[in-house]
Write a protein that binds this ligand. Structure first.
Ligand SMILES: CC(C)(COP(=O)(O)OP(=O)(O)OC[C@H]1O[C@@H](n2cnc3c(N)ncnc32)[C@H](O)[C@@H]1OP(=O)(O)O)[C@@H](O)C(=O)NCCC(=O)NCCS
Length: 277
């Protein structure tokens, strides 16, 4: 049995006996965040399938390769924990625009999505609700208005202009992450025209899908939240339906050595489960 002492649930220490696996209620959405730096890529590599390793080896920069490997390794560990199976039993397939999903052989459905940015990753999980998550690193020095004119809808561009200059960067990334999380929830990637829907963006206002000009009922179908993120990062989550609660977890970087020991233990026990320790 793998004991993931490294995983903390907020600041609460959890006893392994209470968590034989990770429980995910249908009325919950779980969000995990992790730093991807300082993790042992070689150990995470051992969880990846041949096609994932192939992809990893196509990255030009070592850092990008490591981030991909660690994010996929963590994703596999978390999914295995929710399903109570070994990482090697997980089979991914991909939607027409690349959204990964699990081939589950009759097991209860689990939906997930992930995002990585500047050495961090966010992973979202639900039972039976489509979802999309996006995390971005807030850059300071870039042509926000130029990019907004290119990617945002007319009303978003106008809304952005009304935001005081010192908050405009924050507003820009609110908009960007919310749009991105929405197209990821739908699985469409950039094949969906970004000007066909509006999201809220003003700092202090709740995250919301305000309009979808082509499919009006979409506004009712999805809920949108800003996710808690460290300073210099902004994130958004879009989930099907409204009757769910968010639970946030973190995979603390400071515990990386313990996690790697645990991950190595998992390798030796093909059917072991990840439990919260
Ligand atoms: C591919 C895309 C879905 C996300 O790209 P991104 O923001 O660069 O990357 P993220 O880190 O947030 O997400 C990547 C992860 O999303 C998942 N993903 C891939 N295609 C997906 C799709 N069609 N739908 C949902 N999730 C998808 C994958 O798990 C991927 O990570 P992995 O391949 O390492 O496992 C797509 O939206 C894109 O190319 N965006 C480019 C950015 C842009 O121009 N955005 C405009 C916003 S206004």
């Amino acid at each position: 049995m793998l004991r993931a002492d490294a995983i903390s649930y907020g600041s609460v220490a959890l006893k392994p006996s209470r968590f034989p696996g990770l429980a995910l209620d249908a009325a919950e959405v779980h969000l995990w965040q992790a730093s991807l730096d300082g993790r042992p890529a070689d150990i995470f590599e051992s969880f990846l399938s041949a096609d994932e390793l192939d992809r990893a080896n196509r990255f030009h920069f070592t850092e990008d390769r490591t981030h991909f490997v660690v994010a996929r390794g963590l994703l596999r560990n978390l999914l295995a924990a929710y399903l109570g199976i070994g990482c090697a039993e997980l089979r991914f397939s991909y939607g027409a625009k690349g959204k990964p999903f699990l081939l589950l052989d009759g097991r209860p459905q689990i939906n997930f999505n992930l995002s990585h940015a500047h050495g961090r990753a966010a992973f979202a999980f639900s039972r039976g609700r489509e979802l999309g998550v996006d995390l971005e690193y807030v850059k300071e020095d870039f042509e926000a208005e130029l990019i907004a004119n290119r990617f945002f809808s007319r009303s978003e561009v106008l809304a952005l202009r009304t935001v005081p200059a010192d908050l405009r960067n924050q507003a820009f990334f609110n908009c960007w992450t919310r749009k991105e999380a929405y197209i990821k929830a739908r699985g469409e990637g950039l094949s969906m025209p970004l000007v066909e829907f509006d999201v809220s963006l003003r700092p202090g206002e709740p995250a919301a899908l305000l309009n979808n000009y082509r499919e009006k009922r979409e506004v009712e179908r999805w809920s949108m939240k800003a996710i808690p993120a460290p300073e210099d990062y902004v994130g958004a989550l879009v989930v099907e339906g409204h009757d769910w609660q968010l639970k946030s977890f973190s995979l603390e970087k400071s515990n990386a050595p313990k996690l790697s020991a645990n991950v190595a233990a998992l390798e030796r026990h093909q059917h072991s489960r990840l439990s919260l320790g």
